[in-house]
Structures are given as structure tokens and as C-alpha cells.
Design a protein around this ligand. Sequence first.
Ligand SMILES: [Zn+2]
Length: 126
Amino acid sequence: MQHPLENIAAQQPPFDPADAPVEAVLGRGGRELRMSFADGSTAAAPAETLRLRCRCAWCTRARVDARFPAAFADAAIVAVEPMGGYAVHLVFADGHDRGIFPWSYLRSLAREASAAAARPEPAQAA
Ligand SMILES: [Zn+2]
């Protein structure tokens, strides 16, 4: 039987090489993935966002079954393994290691997270 990760990696999506960072490092004890791009820009994706937005078969199934957690307060990334140049395999501290994240997806999640952080808190959230 083929390893599920190899199946996913074989389905290489359309890919903008500009979305692949020149450097990707873990920050804040694995609580964020920091990326630096060739154009000089940087982006940081929170580990919790990545854990919440994992698109692996297991997480997708859990969402369909309405048993996917709404939050991962202690989410952290413990390993980052490049996959064929277009994506990265992330291993989370909770043991979840099925997620393959294309760089373009990571960059868009980082943009989304920084936009959310820049928005003022809703009044009722206080
Ligand atoms: Zn997953």
C-alpha cells in the first residue's frame, strides 16, 4: 500500500514559485511558522491557524462529522519537512502529522492571520 503522504504529494497543484519562501523557520517555540520570500517580504502563520486549517483527509473527515475542534489553544509545530519544493509537511505537537501544506496555502493563511490581527476587536468580544 502506498503511503498516504505520497499520494497527496503526487497531486502537485498549480504552483507559483514566488510563494515558496527562501527561508522558513519556527518561531515562538513552534507557535508560528515564519517565512521570508525572495521579494523581501515576510509572513508568519500561527500554528493554531495551520492546525485548524489542515486539509488532510483525517481533518476533512472530522469536519464533515462535526467533531473537529473549534480551537487548538496549545498548537505548536515540532517539525517542518519540505515536500518537493511546492509544499511542506508539518508535524504538530499534538502528534498530528498528516498535513501537507502548499506554500501558496501557507502564504495565504499568513496573510489572513495578519489581516485578522490588524482588525479592531469586536465590541462584544471584550
Ligand atoms: Zn490534518
